[in-house]
Design a protein around this ligand. Sequence first.
Ligand code: NAI
Ligand code: MG
Length: 487
Amino acid sequence: MTSKIKIKYTQLFINNEFIDSESGKKFPVINPATEEEIVQVSEGLKEDIDKAVKAAKEAFARGSEWRNLQPTQRAGLLNKLADLMERDAQQIGHIQTLENGKPFAHSAGETHMAAGVLRYYAGWCDKIHGQTIPTDDGSLVMTRKEPMGVAGQITPWNYPVMLFALKLGPALATGCTLVLKPAEQTPLCNLYIAALTKEAGFPAGVVNVVPGFGPTAGAALAEHPDVAKVAFTGSVAVGKSIMKASGSSNLKRVTLELGGKSPLIIFDDVDVDEAVKLAHDAIFNFSGQICIAAARTYVHSKIYDEFVEKSKKLAVKRILGDPFDPKTEQGPQVEKDMFEKVMGYIKTGDVEGATLVAGGKRHGNCGYFIQPTIFADVTDEMTIAKEEIFGPVQAILKFDKIEDVIERANKTTYGLGAGVLTKDINKALKFAQEIESGTVWVNQYASLMPQTPFGGFKQSGIGRELGAESLDYYLETKTISIKLASV
Ligand code: NAI
Ligand code: MG
C-alpha cells in the first residue's frame, strides 16, 4: 500500500499563491488504510479566512477581470480547468484515495465526473439572463441576474473532488468568487485542483482554498460579514450552526446538503438476484459513506427470507483491502472517529434486538476497515433504522402493503433520496409521488447527472445543486424599471 506520488501542495491557496498560515500551524493528514501520516498541511484559522475573503472580495470588485468578463471567456476557463482535471485524473484520484481510502478506480472516475460537471456549468455561462416584463403602468421593466459576490464553500471528505466541482461550477459560471474550506480529512486533492485553477488562467483571488478545521476556519467563513453566500455539505448539526451564523451576521444566503436515511422499497415482482445486487451496491458503495446511501432496505414479505439469504451471500463475498488494489471493492472508513461511530451503531443494533446476518466486526487489524454488515428483522423504532450511520451497515425491514411502506418510509426527519424496485408502473409512480424526498429512483439507484437537480426535503437540506436551478442560489435578481415618456 505504498504511494509513489509526491504531494506538492500543502499550503493555503490565496490570491493564486500557496502560502503558510499566519500562525504557522500545521495538521497531519492521515491515510485511513494504513493509519499513517501522509503529510502535514498548513492550518487555516480566522485570520487566514479573513485574508482569503479579502482576496475574493477584491477579485469580485475588479469587475472587468472576472464578473464582467465575456461569458464565453469565463466558459473557456471552466472548460480549461475540466481539461486539466482530466489530464491529471490519475494523480488527483491517487491523492484522494490516499486521503479517504476510496478504491482508486472510483476516485479516478470521480475526477472525470467532476470535469463533466464543470463542462455543464461552462455551458451555462452565456445563458444566464433576465426577462422583460409587461406592467400596468407602461414602464419598461427588465430584470438582470447578478452574481451575489463572495461565496463561502464548506465541503466534507466523502466526495471531495465531485463536491469541489458542484460548488465551484455554479459559483464561477455566475461570476461569483469563492473561498473553499475543504474537510480536514481531505485537503490535498482540493489543493491540487486549486493549483490547476491557476494553470487554467483564472485571475488571482477568484478561487481560494483554505484547509483547516470546522469550528475555527469553517465557522469563520460562515460568520464572515463579507461572504454573501455559504454552500455547505455535511452533517445536520453543522448545517444548523451555519444557518445560525448567517442569521446573526449578515443574513448571507445559505444552501445545505445534509445527508439522509434513504429508503429503498423492493416489491415481490422483481428479479430477486438483481434487486439484491442493486440494494447491496446502494448501501455498501464507498463503505456506506454516501449521503444518499440506501440505509433502509424495505423488502416485501413474500420474498423477504430469500432476499436476506442472498444479501448475506453477497456481503460475505465482498473484497476488502488495499484501495489501490484493483480487486478491492471496499476500503476503510475515513477516520478513527467515524470507524468508532459505526462500530457503536452495530453494537446498538445487536442490543436493540435486530438479527445480525453478516459482518459486524472490524476487518483486519490495521486501517479503519469494517466488514459489510447486515441486520435483518429491523423495525422502524430501532436506532439503526432512524439515525444516519454513514457506514457499511444494511438494515433490512419487512413490509406488506404499499400504503404502509410509504408512511413508514416518510417517518424520518430526512428526505434526500429514495428508491423503488417493481415492474408495476402504478406502484412505482404512487411511491414516487408520495415519498418526501429530493430524488426518487425507479428500478435503479443513485444515478446523478449534471443536468438533474439534487438536494433534500426536510432536514436533508435547503436548496438544490446541479441542474439549471442551482445557478439561482448564486444570483440576485435586479429589477430595472424605466419610465418612458410619450413621443
Ligand atoms: P461535519 O458536518 O462535521 O463536517 C463537514 C464539513 O464541515 C467539514 O469541512 C468540517 O470541517 C466543517 N465543519 C465542521 N464543523 C463546522 C462548524 N462549526 N462551522 C463550519 N464548518 C464546520 O461532518 P463530519 O464530522 O465529517 O461527519 C459527521 C456526520 O455527518 C457523518 O457521520 C454523517 O452522518 C454526516 N455527513 C454527511 C455528509 C453528506 O454528504 N451530506 C458528508 C459527511 C458527513
Ligand atoms: Mg464533524
